[in-house]
Design a protein around this ligand. Structure first.
Ligand code: MG
Length: 646
């Protein structure tokens, strides 16, 4: 039985009100049909910090199962879980066993139970799949320690990578002469580190560094440096300018891998990170720095080098020549593990860091991804999955640079969506928003009919939307309302629906804060090593308190999610811009299967009016803030929104 929610109608002056039950939201979904799935709302959650079922300070899989009503109440029809496979870090992006569940998060039985219980509520489970790299586990240790290891080919290994790259032997680079990101690290060999007092003299003009053993007095790191060393477990050490292009420091070094030079204290991009070319330093001799390969600068020994796009703890996986990646042993092993989870009932995968699988080479990556998608979709269909498997890639780039990835995958995160939205809200300019979004979509069309534009605000790797919007709740509600009235497949990141804030400046943990379920209850902090901003986690920000307030951020998310799940025009509609001369007003229609809604948002902090010709502006299906209609004039209060049935 189809239920139609008329949340607000025929109100001349309306304030958002969606009095869902005050606990965890209840049923906020139409049961998704096959046609409804493409525009479903997905909730992105950090398993380690969402909900802790056993009080050990780690969020866990059972905690999710216990809060399915909350997710259902948010209108979610899918959950993207942070990696649940066994790993060594709290965040899980360094998987060491793709076939097992991280015991800190639960058991395989817990995972199966979550899949089944979620399915009963019309909620699919998407796994985060890390294909670019693994952690340093059994596979890696075997690969670097045994020339005959079956895992030798799984990693990007070389004993002379300068020559191997030049000769085109490094398949991972897909023909590029240097990586787009990352560096070579020593995996084995003699004594490559150093412990003792050293003097470092960086000649930035010549791009050389001279290291000398010394008994001179040690210096502390220069906090106002412009050039830094990155050393062992110490991390950042600031050099002192001593005239011209020279920067120096003397300190006690303790490193088991060597060091790197950095020209930025915040960026790891190539061009700001300087290392070596596969050789060790000689004390007292200038050593020439290299920014394109940027391998660790070591103190001796013989080396096997491995390549890592990200941290040294996450060696890149090697799939061989991209055109036949599916024949590589690493691909087969990863695919076999994916088969296991898909056959258990997983309905989708979120693929991490897909532009780095072949070092920012779009054609190579898209070719690889198509093979991966086809393989997984085959498994999904063979087990009787509905439609096609869902798969979304994290290609963290502007829309124009990632569009061609749609040749490989049905869905990609649209980072430009949020970058545009926050810019427009902060500039109080809404009347070019629809045109901009349609421009993104037009870039995708040539590459895949039926592309699924995965739209989002912030995620677990970005400063919180709350910060980007000045911790202004009115703007946060507006952003949520825009997200849930835009074309595409919206992702809600854990905490955004509660108005969380947090930045990466003191650690990524601060953008991955646990959900505060009740006014007085505690939150799990062990996984995050205590790095939780308790000043934010007041009683008022809790789910309990926000559920009881009709004007909370949470209630706005619930109301707009309910509208999206009720009106196919919102969930599945084609967007059409409605031109508007009021700069702060964003206006568009969404139409599907004979149903049309008019979407109106005020991106500004002052009331605005617009003459809306040829549209009905009387029948609201959902609203936030204040709005009114008089004749053909629509008026919206500050940062307010309304959706009007046509
Ligand atoms: Mg726990």
């Amino acid at each position: 039985m189809k239920r139609i929610y008329i949340l607000l109608s025929l109100l001349v002056l309306a304030v958002c009100c969606d009095p869902v039950k005050p606990d965890e939201g209840g049923n906020n979904n139409q049961q998704p049909g096959s046609d409804g799935k493409l525009s479903d709302i997905t909730y992105q959650l950090n398993v380690y910090s969402f909900a802790d079922s056993d009080g050990d300070g780690w969020g866990d899989i059972k905690g999710i199962t216990q809060h399915l009503d909350y997710l259902d109440g948010l209108g979610a029809t899918a959950l993207w879980l942070s990696p649940v496979q066994t790993s060594t870090s709290y965040h899980g992006y360094d998987v060491i066993d793709y076939n097992s569940i991280n015991p800190r998060l639960g058991t395989e039985a817990d995972f199966k139970d979550l899949i089944d219980k979620a399915k009963e509520k019309g909620i699919d489970i998407y796994m985060d799949y890390v294909l670019n790299h693994s952690g340093r586990g059994e596979w890696f240790n075997s690969a670097i320690s045994d020339e005959n290891s079956p895992y030798r080919s799984f990693y990007v290994l070389s004993d002379n990578y300068t020559a191997d790259v030049a000769a085109g032997k490094v398949d991972n680079f897909a023909g590029a002469t240097s990586p787009g990101m990352g560096s070579w690290h020593t995996a084995a060999g003699g004594n490559i580190g150093y412990k003792g007092r050293l003097h470092f003299k960086l000649d930035w003009g010549k791009k050389t560094i001279t290291v000398t053993e010394t008994t001179a007095a040690a210096q502390s790191s220069n906090p106002s440096a412009s050039k830094w060393l990155w050393v062992g477990s110490t991390g950042l050490v600031g050099l002192y300018p001593t005239g011209g292009d020279i920067h120096e420091i003397t300190f006690d070094v303790d490193t088991d891998w060597g060091f790197l030079v950095r020209s930025s204290s915040t960026s790891w991009d190539n061009g700001t990170k300087w290392g070596g070319n596969g050789t060790s330093i000689t004390f007292g001799q200038p050593y020439t720095l290299n920014s394109s390969t940027a391998s660790d600068i070591t103190f001796g020994g013989s080396h096997i080098w491995y390549f890592a796009s990200f941290d040294a703890s996450m060696p890149d996986l090697n799939y061989g020549p991209y055109a036949k990646a599916s024949e590589s042993p690493a691909f087969k092993a990863l695919a076999a593990s994916a088969d296991k989870w898909i056959n258990m009932g997983v309905a989708g995968l979120r693929l991490d860091a897909v532009i780095w699988i072949y070092q920012n080479q779009a054609k190579a990556n898209a070719t690889f991804l198509k093979q991966w998608y086809d393989r997984c979709n085959g498994t999904y269909k063979a087990r009787g999955g509905e439609g096609d498997i869902y798969m979304v890639g994290e290609a963290w780039e502007e829309t124009s640079k990632i569009a061609s990835y749609y040749e490989g995958l049905p869905s990609l995160f649209n980072f430009s969506y949020w970058w545009t939205l926050k810019d427009r809200i902060n500039k109080n300019k809404g009347n070019d928003f629809a045109k901009t979004i349609l421009g993104f979509r037009n870039q995708y069309k040539p590459y895949r009919a039926g592309f699924i534009d995965a739209i989002k605000l912030s995620n677990h790797d970005e400063d919180r939307a709350g910060n980007d919007l000045g911790r202004d709740q009115a703007k946060e509600k507006l952003a949520g309302a825009v997200l849930l009235t835009s074309p595409g497949k919206p992702f809600i990141y854990q905490g955004e629906e509660l108005g969380y804030w947090g930045t990466k400046s003191k650690g990524d943990e601060y953008i991955r804060t646990p959900v505060k379920w009740t006014r007085t209850g505690s939150v799990p902090t062990v996984a995050l090593n205590g790095k939780v901003d308790h000043s934010m986690l007041t009683a008022d920000i809790s789910v309990e308190a926000q559920s009881e307030s009709e004007t909370s951020v949470l209630s706005v998310y619930r109301a707009f999610a309910k509208a999206r799940n009720t009106y196919k025009a919102l969930a599945l509609g084609e967007m059409t811009e409605v031109s508007c001369n009021t700069p702060a007003m964003a206006l568009w229609t969404m139409s599907h299967d004979g149903q049309t809604v008019l979407v109106a948002h005020n991106f500004g902090g002052a009331p605005v009016s617009a003459v809306v010709n040829g549209k009905k502006i009387t029948d609201a299906i959902v609203a936030n803030g204040t709005w009114s209609a008089s004749g053909i004039t629509l008026t919206l209060g500050p940062y307010s929104s309304v959706v009007l049935l046509q």
